[in-house]
Ligand binder design. Structure first.
Ligand code: ZN
Ligand code: ZN
Length: 128
């Protein structure tokens, strides 16, 4: 029974993360809580940590922000809007080969992050 419950909790947490926009653990907990009031904050934090450690999800440490979580594990960069704070996934671009590098001067790369900060198209429209 315990295992079945754990599996169900993991499924709920992962699907919430897939539908959220790079949330912090606290933000994700607030989202999950609405439909799953029985899931504790400690459980959400613990399961997220396990997912990040086993590679199911990625931890993101973006400028001026608590650790965020990303359900998209394929290599991609992030554009972080200074105005609205939204984070956009970008998979294609001249930076893409950098995310594929596995060796830097003998250093075996396990992960790389590219973050572009600036103003998103929507906020540019509002500013003009
Ligand atoms: Zn924006
Ligand atoms: Zn992402």
């Amino acid at each position: 029974m315990e295992n079945k419950r754990n599996t169900e909790q993991k499924r709920v947490i992962l699907s919430a993360l897939m539908n959220a926009d790079h949330p912090t653990a606290s933000e994700l907990y607030e989202i999950i809580r609405r439909n799953n009031p029985h899931l504790s904050r400690a459980t959400v934090f613990r399961v997220l940590g396990q997912f990040a450690d086993d590679g199911t999800v990625r931890r993101l440490n973006l400028t001026g922000s608590d650790t965020r979580f990303d359900a998209r594990t394929a290599p991609h960069a992030h554009c972080h809007c200074d105005v609205c704070g939204k984070i956009f996934d970008v998979f294609e671009g001249p930076f893409a080969p950098v995310l594929q590098i596995s060796d830097v001067e003998g250093f075996r790369v396990s992960s790389a992050q590219i973050e572009f900060t600036g103003v998103c198209p929507e906020c540019q429209t509002k500013l003009n």
